[in-house]
Design a protein around this ligand. Structure first.
Ligand code: SF4
Length: 365
């Protein structure tokens, strides 16, 4: 963190003297602004605690546009916690396909089971009870409690951090823990004075997503323009500063397509780590590309005639994955041999699904 004088309240650098903004004024501006400026999104058209819970988990690490495409069909399949708990984890993971970060699907399923077994199928309505659900942390508990039950619970996500850092003219990186704690306190000060904490919180996030955007914000249409510290100091384009990008780990996955008639051999990944619990072609992972002999030696069954058929690369948030696809022959009969129909019911990562569809069944991407 760098910048001007240190704020004794937050310890966060500020460019100069900035009067603290009256929370009642800011909350009132935000609540008035939201109804006429919110985007039309599926989870806003018809509200329920379950729809809020599902949408918040989906939105955690996936773009709004992708969640919007998938939301209603997912809810049609799992209209309430009981339906999801009854469907089983594999069905939920499979329906989650394309949304990424599959651990969230398993946590959502686990939350549905807890809601069914401990809350009579009703999403709990307090932050404390929500925090007991699998996959629900401080942010998600606050959003469900406020948006679904209008409780004065604060929420802080990347959008809120940006708005608060600019409003209070705080020159810090967006992942600075001192800034983030300040944002939680600021968000709470707003939520407790709001007429509707749910509207206030949604407005704060919407403002960050549509007006107070990364890069150059659209200050001229901002309801907080009159008292914005960053605007007053001409810093709206430069704060908060970007966090340092994480270095991606490079991994090479050697995936083997093995056929027996119309079936292919699939395996389930371990329950921890990348693509946890999803299905894939038998694979050998290494830090660099392997020759066929080394790939065969890395498998726990015998294969022959390994032949490279294609390579491609996928960039994930924390990894650069190089896929090297091979075909081969094996005599083993044990394991999960699936035809097209059975394979379609198993959860797979997006790159693996495209690979299987393309190589095993000859479908176009
Ligand atoms: S005035 Fe500009 S910088 Fe300040 S909160 Fe609004 S959009 Fe963000």
């Amino acid at each position: 963190m760098s910048g001007g004088g240190s704020n004794p309240e937050t310890g966060v650098g500020r460019p100069g003297r900035v009067e603290p903004i009256d929370p009642a004024w800011a909350a009132s501006r935000l609540e008035s602004w939201f109804p006429g400026h919110q985007r039309d999104l599926p989870w806003r058209r018809h509200r329920s605690p379950w729809r809020t819970l599902v949408s918040e988990l989906m939105l955690q690490q996936t773009q709004v546009s992708r969640v919007a495409e998938r939301f209603e069909s997912f809810l049609a399949r799992f209209p309430d916690p009981d339906a999801m708990a009854a469907a089983g984890e594999d069905a939920v993971v499979s329906a989650w396909e394309g949304l990424g970060y599959y651990r969230r699907a398993r946590l959502l399923y686990a939350a549905a089971v807890v809601i069914r077994d401990q809350h009579r199928g009703e999403v709990p309505d307090t932050v404390e009870a929500l925090l007991e659900l699998p996959g629900v942390g401080r942010y998600t508990a606050g959003s469900i409690a406020s948006i679904a039950f209008d409780r004065p619970a604060p929420i802080v996500d990347g959008n809120v951090v940006r708005v608060v850092a600019r409003l209070d003219a705080i020159d810090a990186a967006s992942d600075d823990p001192v800034l983030i704690e300040h944002c939680w306190r600021r968000a709470e000060s707003l939520a407790v004075v709001a007429d509707s904490p749910g509207v206030l919180n949604e407005s704060l996030m919407e403002l960050g997503a549509t007006v107070c955007r990364p890069g150059t914000p659209s200050c001229d249409v901002c309801p907080l323009l009159d008292r914005c510290g960053a605007r007053r100091h001409g810093m709206e384009d430069s704060i908060p500063r970007p966090k340092r990008p994480a270095r991606r780990e490079v991994v090479h996955r050697h995936s083997i397509l093995l056929r027996r008639g119309e079936r292919i051999l699939l395996r389930r990944r371990p329950s921890k780590g990348i693509w946890a619990g999803l299905w894939e072609l038998p694979s050998v992972e290494a830090a660099s590309r392997l020759e066929p002999e080394a790939i065969a030696a890395g498998l726990d069954f015998r294969v022959e005639g390994l032949r490279h058929v294609e390579s491609f690369r996928r960039l994930l948030t924390h990894r650069e994955v190089h896929f090297h696809v091979h075909e081969g022959i094996t005599r083993i009969r044990r394991g999960t041999w699936c035809d097209r129909e059975a394979a379609s019911r198993l959860g797979m990562s997006r790159p693996m699904r495209l690979l299987v569809d393309r190589r095993a069944w000859g479908s176009a991407d």
